[in-house]
Design a binder for this molecule. Structure first.
Ligand code: GDP
Length: 585
């Protein structure tokens, strides 16, 4: 059913939100208790504490849950930007950078991670065996640097799709003999979409057919202009196999980290991200946690997704038992009640009771509104979204440029479309994750979706739109950008009731005394009246009362008086079905 009219009701209250806002600030704006906001965020699958910053998309969705209509604030005063935050945190200690290694298969990611680990991770205890815990810290000239051990952009973007960004810097490994390959381009696009700086490790320079100059040119063509050519992308020639250039690479990673001014308060309650989790036959559930803020201590009670527990023991990346973990440190912990989910945020809570009550609420599925051209269209028309992120997949290389160019010419002064990744070939899970993490959509031109990808897209709430005519594709994007694309709604049954009494209302028709049998009937619902299984009328509710008081909704087990717009000749025994209109595209 196509309909964009919202009825003649007065619109919901408005709230202006900055690009990023703390939970506390949001609660103040919504005039709600911070705990209620935290609980609502949990229902959306996000663990957050009062001081945590959340992005605009999450904040506006939460505001909508509280009945507000959120708009992007014009000034950014309410929440400090990253830079300002850096200044404000001037006195905070520097934390080690967290690095993810990306690149095309066989270009040397694993070899690079191994060589750094071997040469720079001191076994802090005699006989300690380096174990695999998903991340490790290297020590270089007394400075620590954390590497996430699962190389590749898929893991990186999967985390972002879950709302967590742990990586500060991406090391892009490009083999100097092979040059830029499809996954190199994917990695660049994924890093760019996350706004994470890239340091290029030009690998395999020991090989006879290595051609570094060619690779640099290829990188420039992709928008990564290296420093020696006047750009700002650091590019370090290395040979991971021979261990050459590694210290130079590490030094450059620290330089970039210094520019980023990475700081964290080690004294606050710890929070961070689950990097990896598994079930050990003898030890029980094990999880690797990366601390992002605060100091995690043995005995702390943590909650992450649906897992919680008191930390019984902690081990560092060399397998050594430790009692605390500071910002950017990865640790393996024992004591969670179940296998946690990688990518979930963790927080420390005062006691086990609170942790348990918080995770109980996580058990409900999180509602996700699928983003599509038409939902984005209405968000654009309401000023919530300024940029439409698109992953474009086509059947042949040749279609990419013309479509991309046409799309990027569209838009108004305020809203633009940004094609964040293009490639020929079918639509893959990696595309879905990128779109999900970037709040964007996927457009396929004459190209199919790979098996299994549709399910992931559904789970992530990512819309895949297929076109076989360029003109139609461009027209839809154009309309979406102008906020003109009509959303599609579906009617979802929300409650059912039985008419148990009928009261005449003179000229106004009849009011039905209804007993709600299941679900709930809400004031703004559309209702259908059924008699002997046939629909005898449908209308909007004009009044909904309990004991003469107007109410917003009535739940199962309760009675109410229900009037509708227009007249419906209610009879005792009629069934009332109430429908909620849900946007499906
Ligand atoms: P990944 O798929 O990106 O993790 O790549 P690997 O680290 O598994 O490396 C793929 C292959 O390239 C392996 O046979 C490595 O030994 C080899 N390799 C990695 N780095 C270098 C290098 O610097 N020089 C040479 N000659 N070979 C390398």
């Amino acid at each position: 059913m196509d309909d964009s009219k919202q009825g003649s009701k007065k619109g919901p209250p408005q709230v202006e939100l900055p690009p990023s806002i703390t939970v506390k600030q949001l609660a103040d704006l919504l005039k709600a208790e911070p705990t209620r906001v935290i609980k609502q965020l949990m229902r959306r699958g996000m663990m957050a504490n009062v001081n945590q910053s959340i992005d605009f998309a999450t904040a506006s969705a939460t505001a909508a849950d509280f009945g507000y209509d959120a708009k992007a604030a014009k000034d950014r005063k309410a929440a400090p930007s990253r830079k300002e935050k850096g200044k404000g945190k001037g006195k905070l200690p520097v934390r080690p950078p967290v690095v993810t290694v990306m690149g095309h298969v066989d270009h040397g990611k694993t070899t690079l991670l191994d060589v750094i680990r071997k040469t720079n991770v001191t076994a802090r205890e005699a006989g300690a065996i380096t174990q695999h815990i998903g991340a490790y810290q290297a020590l270089v000239n007394e400075r620590k640097i954390t590497f996430l051990d699962t190389p590749g952009h898929e893991a990186f973007t999967a985390m972002r799709a879950r709302g967590t960004q742990v990586t500060d810097i991406v090391t892009l490994v490009v083999a100097a003999d092979d040059g830029v390959m499809p996954q190199t381009i994917e990695a660049i696009d994924h890093a760019k979409a996350a706004k994470v700086p890239i340091v290029v490790a030009l690998n395999k320079t020991d090989k006879a057919d290595a051609n570094p100059e060619r690779v640099k040119q290829q990188l420039v063509d992709l928008g990564l202009v290296i420093e020696e050519w006047g750009g700002d992308t650091v590019c370090v020639p290395i040979s991971a196999k021979q261990g050459k250039g590694i210290s130079d690479l590490l030094e450059n990673l620290f330089l970039v980290a210094d520019i980023l001014e990475l700081k964290a308060d080690p004294d606050s309650a710890a929070e961070g991200v689950i990097i990896e989790a598994k079930l050990d036959k003898t030890k029980g559930p094990l999880a690797t946690l990366l601390v992002q803020k605060g100091t995690l201590k043995r005995g702390d009670v943590v909650a992450a997704g649906s897992a919680w527990g008191k930390i019984k023991a902690m081990f560092d990346d060399t397998g050594k038992r430790v009692h605390k973990a500071e910002p950017s440190a990865p640790v393996e912990v024992l004591g969670l009640n179940e296998v946690a989910t990688a990518g979930d945020h963790f927080i420390v809570l005062p006691d086990e009771r609170e942790a348990r009550s918080i995770v109980e609420k996580q058990k409900y599925p999180r509602p996700r509104l699928t983003l599509s051209l038409s939902t984005l269209s209405s968000q654009i028309s309401e000023g919530r979204i300024k940029e439409l992120n698109i992953v474009l997949k086509t059947d042949v290389e040749g279609s990419i440029e013309p479509i991309k160019n046409s799309i990027e010419k569209l838009g108004t002064e305020k809203t633009k479309a940004r094609v964040i990744h293009t490639a020929s070939g079918s639509i893959t899970e990696s595309d879905v994750l990128l779109a999900s993490a970037s709040n964007g959509i996927i457009i396929g031109f004459n190209t199919p979706t790979s098996p299994g990808t549709t399910q992931l897209a559904d789970a992530e709430g990512v819309s895949i739109q297929h076109y076989d005519v360029i003109y139609k594709l461009i027209e839809d994007v154009d309309k979406a950008l102008k906020g003109m694309l009509e959303p599609t709604y579906a009617e979802v049954l929300s409650g059912r009731g039985e008419v148990r009494a009928v009261f005449p209302r003179g000229k106004m028709g009849k009011v039905a005394g209804v007993y709600v049998v299941e679900g709930r009937i809400s004031r703004d619902a559309q209702v259908k009246v059924l008699r002997q299984n046939k629909v005898i009328g449908s209308s909007r509710i004009s009044s909904l009362k309990r004991f003469k008081e107007d109410v917003a909704e009535v739940s199962a087990g309760l009675e109410c008086g229900l009037g509708v717009e227009g007249t419906i000749d209610f009879q005792i025994g009629d069934i009332i079905e109430s429908y909620r209109r849900e946007r499906i595209s």
